[in-house]
Every structure is written in structure tokens, then in C-alpha cells.
Design a protein. Structure first.
Length: 350
């Protein structure tokens, strides 16, 4: 039997936990009679499950007959990709041909008799979306791991035009905090930056334990302990399940959880934590270093140790929280939220 857990990023594993509340929130918002929002940005730390959640949402909307899903990436010509995708859809092609929308100038389709080719991609998309609106279709555009580049800048301007004309264009994006923060510094991208953000919360501890119990055939005590080791971090949930499955089920080794901690730590470090650590700006890295050395600390002690003002500390605290690295739920205190991060990062801290 194949291991139902995975170490690979971007793939929807056989065994995963759905964030039902946040999924329903987005679906209900988009499908309401008068949507309050036409775009959402899903943000979280690396390995928190952004891509898996996006894939789940794509599956849900693709099952709806009146929705068309178009998935693009920031490194492609987004506007032409959307036009090409819509024009090539079998159930839509005749609709566009009958409306005499000629996109041959973009290498999309063929020249149509008695029609003038469209040479402006903005006009082309407006024409396509207008015909879709007449037939009751809605389009969901998805962008995984958004970054600030020329493709996104061009897309942002045209997308805003589509919304201004009340055309059925919906947008779902995922991104790391640092990439989303970069959008704020681009005047042409403030529209995307202002898109409502959905910050992924840790997975439910009870659901993790129930998953381990069912799939790995273990008792409540061990399932609970394994759940606690993940601290709700989606990638840790996959890693621990993957390692346990290989050790106990496939290799049939009689191992306790303590026996697989080294492999668990090594995998988290190599695949995620080293990257997270290397991308931290200097001051944020110094704050995390103090938490690695001392564990939970009072906010005021960190501020004094690093000679930061209240306003500076507030900014850095918020950034680390948005990055998904620290927990601020206990008033006046900061602590590390990622599982085993303190143990692993202790090798990098002086």
C-alpha cells in the first residue's frame, strides 16, 4: 500500500486535513448573489498548506457548471494565457466564434470571416468576459505564489478594468508574507495588495490525531502525542506521518516516537526551516534568536535587549506573526510557533 503522506510541495497528498471554515468562507463569498469581494489572497509560512488549499478550492469550483477555472503563474504572460485558455475551452469556443471575437492576432484561434481581429489584449479579455456574462458564466483566476513582476503589474491593471465594468472575474492568489509585503511598495499593485487576506491557521489538533489514529492504526495516546509534535503545521503533519508510515508499516521496525525525532528534525530543517531562517531580515533574525535561546519571552525584554522602540518592536512582532513564525496569543509574550524550530535553529544561533 502506498504511503498516503508526502514530502513533496505543491502536490495534493492522499491524506490531508481540510480547513473547512476558511474554505466555506471563500466559496460562500464568491457564490453569493452579490459578492462582497471578488479576490482573496491566501497567505502563510512555507509548508502551511497554501497550495493544497488552493487546489481544493479549484476542485470545488471546477465541479460547478457555471464556473470556469483558469490557473496561471506569475512567470507567464498572464493576460494572453487567460485569453487562450478561455478561447480553447470546447464548451466556450463556439460562443466566442458566434460573437465574432477574432483573436488570431495573438496566435489564438484562426481568422474569422466578416470580423476584425482584436489587437489589444485588454479589449480581447473584455469581449470574452462580456460574452461569458451574457451566458451566466463566472471565471475564477488562480495564481499560486504571487510575486511582484511585470506580468503581475500588467495583469493587475486589466483585472481592475474587468471589475470596474462589472464583469464576472474572480481571483484567488497565494503568497508568502515577504512577497505580499513587496506588493505594497508597488504603486500599480496596491489593488492586489488590498485584496482581503486569508491567513492560514494551524490545523486542528484533534483532526490531526484522528487522522494518524485511522491511517496508522495507533491508539489515542500515541495519536495525541504525534499531533502535539506537529503543532498544527501542515508540512510537519505530512512529514511525521510519512516517516512513521515508512518506519513502522513498510519497514516494520519497532520504533518509538523518540526514535524518529532525528529524522523528523532533519527533514523539517532541510526542506523548510533552513529556507525560512535564511530569508529572515537581520533584526527579525535577532528576535527569533533570542526566542531560540530563551524560549517564551516578554515582549518588553526583547525590546530592551535589542534597543528597539515600542513602535519598532510592534512592526517586527507583526511581521514575524504574519510570517507564521511566532505566537503572540499570550498578552505581552512572544514564543516560537513552528514545531521543533527551537531545537533545530539552536544549531544556527550563536
Amino acid at each position: 500500500m502506498k504511503n498516503p503522506f508526502t514530502l513533496s510541495f505543491g502536490l495534493e497528498p492522499e491524506e490531508y486535513i481540510i480547513r473547512r471554515e476558511q474554505l466555506d468562507y471563500i466559496v460562500d463569498s464568491f457564490t453569493s448573489e452579490n459578492p462582497s469581494n471578488y479576490s482573496y489572497l491566501i497567505s502563510a509560512v512555507r509548508g502551511a498548506g497554501k497550495t493544497v488549499m488552493l487546489s481544493t478550492l479549484i476542485d470545488l469550483f471546477e465541479k460547478r457548471k457555471d464556473w470556469i477555472v483558469v490557473s496561471v503563474t506569475p512567470d507567464m504572460d498572464i493576460l494572453q494565457s487567460i485569453a487562450a485558455h478561455l478561447y480553447s475551452r470546447r464548451e466556450l469556443h463556439n460562443l466566442f466564434v458566434d460573437a465574432k471575437i477574432d483573436l488570431s492576432a495573438f496566435g489564438i484561434g484562426v481568422s474569422l470571416s466578416n470580423s476584425t481581429p482584436v489587437y489589444d489584449i485588454s479589449v480581447a479579455l473584455q469581449n470574452l468576459f462580456t460574452e461569458l456574462k451574457k451566458k451566466g458564466f463566472k471565471v475564477l483566476i488562480t495564481i499560486d505564489e504571487i510575486v511582484s513582476n511585470d506580468n503581475i503589474k500588467k495583469f493587475a491593471g486589466i483585472y481592475q478594468i474587468l471589475l470596474m465594468k462589472k464583469l464576472p472575474a474572480f481571483l484567488l492568489m497565494t503568497g508568502l508574507y515577504e512577497n505580499i509585503n513587496n506588493l505594497q511598495n508597488e504603486k500599480t499593485l496596491t489593488f492586489l495588495y488590498r485584496a482581503p487576506k486569508v491567513y492560514l491557521e494551524p490545523l486542528n489538533a484533534f483532526l490531526i490525531a484522528q487522522s494518524y489514529k485511522r491511517v496508522l492504526d495507533i491508539d489515542n495516546t500515541k495519536a495525541k502525542k504525534m499531533s502535539e509534535l506537529t503543532r498544527g503545521y501542515a508540512y510537519a503533519y505530512q512529514v511525521l506521518g510519512y516517516i512513521y508510515w515508512n518506519r513502522i508499516i513498510e519497514e516494520k521496525q519497532a520504533s518509538e516516537l523518540d526514535d524518529i525525532l532525528d529524522e523528523y528534525d532533519a527533514t523539517l530543517s532541510e526542506y523548510v526551516y533552513e529556507k525560512i531562517w535564511s530569508e529572515l531580515p537581520d533584526t527579525e533574525k535577532r528576535i527569533v534568536s533570542l526566542l531560540v535561546k530563551n524560549g517564551e519571552m516578554k515582549n518588553i525584554y526583547i525590546r530592551k535587549e535589542l534597543s528597539l522602540t515600542d513602535s519598532q518592536m510592534s512592526v517586527y512582532r507583526d511581521r514575524l506573526k504574519r510570517r507564521g513564525i511566532i505566537d503572540t496569543s499570550t498578552f505581552g509574550y512572544l514564543s516560537l510557533i513552528l514545531p521543533r524550530f527551537r531545537e533545530i535553529a539552536s544549531f544556527w544561533v550563536d
